[in-house]
Design a protein around this ligand. Sequence first.
Ligand code: DC
Length: 224
Amino acid sequence: MRVVVAIDGPAAAGKSTVAKRVAEIKGYTYIDTGAMYRAFTWYCLQKGVDCQDEKACVALIPEVKIELKPGHVVLCNGIDVSTDIRQTNVSANVSYIASYKDIRLALVDLQRKMAESSSVIMDGRDIGTYVLPNADVKIYQIASVETRAVRRYEENLSKGIACTLEEIEDDVRKRDYIDSHREFSPLKPAPDSILLDTSFMSIEEVVNAVIEKIDNKIKEKNLG
Ligand code: DC
């Protein structure tokens, strides 16, 4: 049975860490949609295009090819950008890129194609509401801004990405605002999503909670 899982929620809520673990345990394909918006942003910055100039960014769509490869490798026009897309200059600009409808439509098209053939767990902001509205399980993962900022700060330090905690907290607040206030496909919980507040949960607890929801759903489907 093919299973489709959507995990949405605000920046740095731990969605990708959880989605990666669940994918490993269940043998599903993990699709990190944020990485795709980040790769597009990286390309705009490389080209010296102002990320707040919608027209100029949209004009780049035909020349950008984004691929997600095994091992969480992200390619942009064949270049491995997996590390570069986590840098602070990309984080600071990605919400502008993700607010442009034409860019979203192009990337959503790609995301839906990627989810066609196998069991998948996809994380992002609009997976349950827009990209995969028929997903079997929809999780909306949240945590306080302070918790999210500390988590992302520690993750960046471990990856050797230079930043300060204040910088990260500002970035998280700013992205939350832009992501949830944009006109097209904003960040919001799908009405049929399960809310998971992870502020006081360990990664293992969140992973187990998500797996339990998936297993319950599979049982329900098999019985029905
Ligand atoms: O999950 P992330 O922090 O890597 O996502 C980067 C940005 O991309 C985030 O600020 C919002 C945007 N995004 C989006 O708008 N829709 C998605 N499905 C995934 C990410």
